[in-house]
Design a protein around this ligand. Structure first.
Ligand SMILES: *Cc1c(COP(=O)(O)O)cnc(C)c1O
Length: 393
């Protein structure tokens, strides 16, 4: 178990809970209770039932024939884009709302950048009839008006964060402040494998359904449980962690994590954390993040909002340092091109986040017999205007 978390909440040198004193009781309550709650048979059966009947799982594992022909390998797509609400984020949101109920919480808060996590959170709050408050940077609210409307329609209150750069970082600060002020009745749903322990571990466990299903489906379809390669895009890293989870100890499976290079790694407009980042503290955990020499977080950039994040989760930092997974990067233009290719070869328009993983196929060399699994983390409807602008449709 070289790659999993230890008793103290660390993955090797990374992880832990670096939080203000006033948040300690909230995080400590979670830490003490979550393993027992999610290990309980009643929790598991409700989680599984909702994943099946509400989310639509298991998501298919689809052998993409024309894509396979092009790249000379058997390429399988794990179809998280077919989930209710259109991405993998719902897996974690369902897990955390069930946890919040069992902790006796009456109110949910979340922060969101592009609005994807906010929508997933508002969705599960509507499902359970629980009050939902989503913090969002004022500038992001303007840029992502349709997602703001979705959250409101689902019954959530969207609170603009008006300090600093008025984006995700400021929304996160507002959510933290709320949680400190409401420790008893409120649960904070974090949307990726980031934040103080136990969040990275908890979110990875909820997303691990992706690789659990994949192993079974591969065995059925190919007679072998293990593929040669597994690929996923990385923002904070939750779809990748879910996709890698049950393959971590199978060292012969090559894991490839694809970050956003933005306009190029050296352009000053990038989110390629593993290349540009150094060790430090971000959002309550020790990890790798993009920072200046005096420790200021560098503003990241990617055309895809979900990958526009200055760090990676602590478990990814560990997998990177131990070289269990290979961290690579893809530019805006390469990802858009890969999105177009998948659309026209397979009839599937991917989220631009997911398209980053597909773009990396161009840079790989395969044997004909190789089995390759790519996590198709989300559908591209939300990105249509970006595709239109780029290709001039
Ligand atoms: C949010 C998002 C991502 C990035 O988040 P991770 O935590 O890195 O998975 C990737 N793909 C889609 C479709 C998303 O919505």
């Amino acid at each position: 178990m070289k790659y999993t978390v230890n008793e103290q909440g660390y993955y090797g040198d990374f992880g832990g809970a670096y939080i203000p004193e006033m948040l300690y009781p909230n995080v400590e309550e979670l830490r003490q209770q979550y393993q027992q709650i999610i290990g309980d048979a009643g929790f598991k059966s409700e989680f599984d039932q909702l994943l099946k009947d509400y989310v639509g799982r298991p998501s298919p594992l689809y052998l993409a024939k024309r894509l396979s022909e092009k790249y000379g390998a058997n390429i399988f797509l794990k179809r998280e884009d077919l989930n209710h609400t259109g991405s993998h984020k719902i897996n974690n949101a369902i897990g955390q709302i069930l946890l919040a109920q069992r902790l006796g919480k009456k109110r949910i808060i979340a922060e969101t950048g592009a609005g994807q996590h906010g929508v997933a959170t508002a969705t599960v709050c509507a499902l359970m009839g629980i009050e939902c408050v989503v913090y969002m940077g004022e500038i992001d609210m303007e840029r992502q008006a349709p997602n703001v409307a979705r959250m409101k329609m689902l019954g959530a209150t969207v609170v603009p964060a008006t300090s600093g750069s008025k984006t995700l970082k400021d929304a996160t600060n507002e959510a933290m402040r709320d949680w400190i002020g409401n420790p008893v009745d409120t649960h904070y749903i974090i949307g990726s494998v980031v934040g103080p322990y136990p969040y990275p571990e908890m979110v990875a466990q909820f997303q691990s359904i992706i690789s659990l299903e994949t192993k079974k489906q591969l065995l059925e379809q190919t007679g072998k449980e293990l593929p040669e390669y597994v690929l996923a895009c990385v923002g904070g890293g939750s779809n990748a962690m879910g996709m890698f989870y049950h393959f971590l100890e199978d060292e012969q499976v090559k894991l490839i994590a694809v970050e956003a290079a933005g306009k190029g790694v050296d352009s000053g407009h990038s989110a390629a954390t593993s290349v540009l980042g150094r060790e430090g503290i971000l959002h309550g955990s020790r990890t790798i993040l993009m920072q200046t020499d005096d420790g200021q977080v560098v503003e990241p950039y990617s055309i895809s909002a979900g990958l526009d994040y200055p760090g990676i989760g602590p478990q990814h930092a560990h997998l990177h340092k131990r070289q269990r997974a290979q961290y690579v990067n893809i530019t805006d233009d390469e990802s858009l091109q890969a999105g177009l290719l998948l659309s026209q070869l397979e009839g599937i328009i991917p989220a631009i986040e997911s398209a980053h993983a597909f773009a990396y196929l161009e840079k790989m060399k395969f044997e004909k017999s190789d089995n390759v699994v790519i996590c198709l983390s989300g559908r591209g409807d939300k990105d249509l205007s970006t595709y239109i602008k780029h290709f001039g449709f």
